[in-house]
Design a protein around this ligand. Structure first.
Ligand SMILES: Nc1nc2c(ncn2[C@@H]2O[C@H](COP(=O)(O)OP(=O)(O)OP(=O)(O)O)[C@@H](O)[C@H]2O)c(=O)[nH]1
Ligand SMILES: [Mg+2]
Length: 310
């Protein structure tokens, strides 16, 4: 499968992604085999409120990159609607248009509570796309919860998409997402209030300087008309060059892996602990603790001390 996938076989790619997504038997061996082939792709995260125009922007960007002969992988993460909602349907329609072009591969992930955790599964799917030789992997995600912040963290470049007329939107999402924005997009700039959003972003920016001293540019777009896409691509290229010049790619990757490794360790150890305890016993222990027959502190210590002894 690795060979086929590396040769650009899109069916092998689809199968590999499914295996990783569903944690099918052999998924981790597959990732082990693919890992040496990764590190080439630039990972672009695009996040913003539901309906902000992320998919429309991704679609235009993908077209532009294809004109430059760069291959693209797209992951649309839709954690808010686990079943086929409007967004995914819209993505499907757009997808069909790209079907004839093997240089674009689109995958919708709509599985909240996916087996490996949404952020981790997304990261693993991005790894598969990277190994398949894609130049760019774009991850579209609704910027709301911790899951989304975690997803965006794995990107080399993060684009935060805002729209005018959403009231205190800038205020509400600033806590999590604002500080990881490398580039801001004000989409739907055809609407009134784009200037106000820009002022709000500038005001927030003036309060904090980034450790890398990059000032995230603000790009105004009208995605439906393709307006500002060139400018967005230019801003992305500029940040890419900045990362390169300042040698920040490796630094960022180290940071990302620090978090991912801890996450992976937590998963693996929890899995082991579960095996150790045995499925139904957690409920029994819980009852014992609730009835004060046992203290949870000693219980956890006992379980942990037994890990790795088998
Ligand atoms: N007026 C206007 N409408 C836009 C613009 N960009 C996107 N839209 C419309 O906004 C709606 C949502 O666009 P999408 O690209 O699906 O937005 P999204 O952020 O991917 O949405 P979700 O995936 O559901 O979170 C669509 O009806 C678009 O046609 C824009 O610049 N101006
Ligand atoms: Mg979308």
């Amino acid at each position: 499968m690795v060979k086929q996938l590396r040769a650009g076989d899109s069916r092998a790619l689809a199968r590999a992604i499914s295996a990783v997504e569903n944690r099918a038997p052999g998924w981790s061996d597959l990732l082990k085999a693919l890992f040496p082939h990764t590190g080439h792709a630039r990972i672009l995260g695009l996040t913003g409120a539901s309906g902000a125009g992320k998919s429309t922007l991704v679609d235009h960007l993908a077209r532009l990159y294809r004109k430059e002969n760069r291959t693209v992988g797209i992951i649309a993460v839709d954690p808010t609607s686990p079943y086929t909602g409007g967004a995914i349907l819209g993505d499907r329609i757009r997808m069909q248009e790209h079907f004839s072009d093997p240089g674009i591969y689109i995958r919708s992930m709509a599985t909240r509570g996916s087996l490996g955790g949404l952020a981790r599964t997304t990261a693993d799917v991005a790894t598969v796309l990277d190994a398949s030789g894609r130049d760019l992997v774009m991850i579209e995600t609704v910027g709301v919860g911790q899951d989304e912040v975690d997803i965006v963290r794995l990107a080399d470049i993060t684009v935060v998409i805002l729209v005018p007329g959403m009231g205190d939107d800038v205020q509400t999402i600033k806590a999590g997402i604002m500080e990881i924005a490398d580039i801001f997009v004000i989409n739907k700039s055809d609407r009134e209030g784009a200037e106000r959003v820009e002022r709000e972003i500038r005001a927030l920016q003036s309060l904090a300087t980034r450790s890398d001293h990059w000032t995230p540019p603000i790009v105004k777009t009208v995605a439906t008309e393709g307006t500002g896409i060139q400018e967005l691509a230019a801003a992305i290229a500029e940040y890419e060059a900045y990362l390169q010049k300042e040698n920040l790619v490796l630094k960022r990757n180290i940071q990302n892996w620090q978090e991912r490794l801890i996450e992976m360790l937590r998963d693996a150890m929890l899995e082991k602990a579960r095996e150790q305890i045995g499925g139904g016993n957690v409920a029994r222990y819980a009852a014992e603790v609730a009835e004060h027959k046992r203290d949870p502190y000693t219980l956890v210590e006992e379980i942990v001390s037994k890990l790795g002894r088998d």
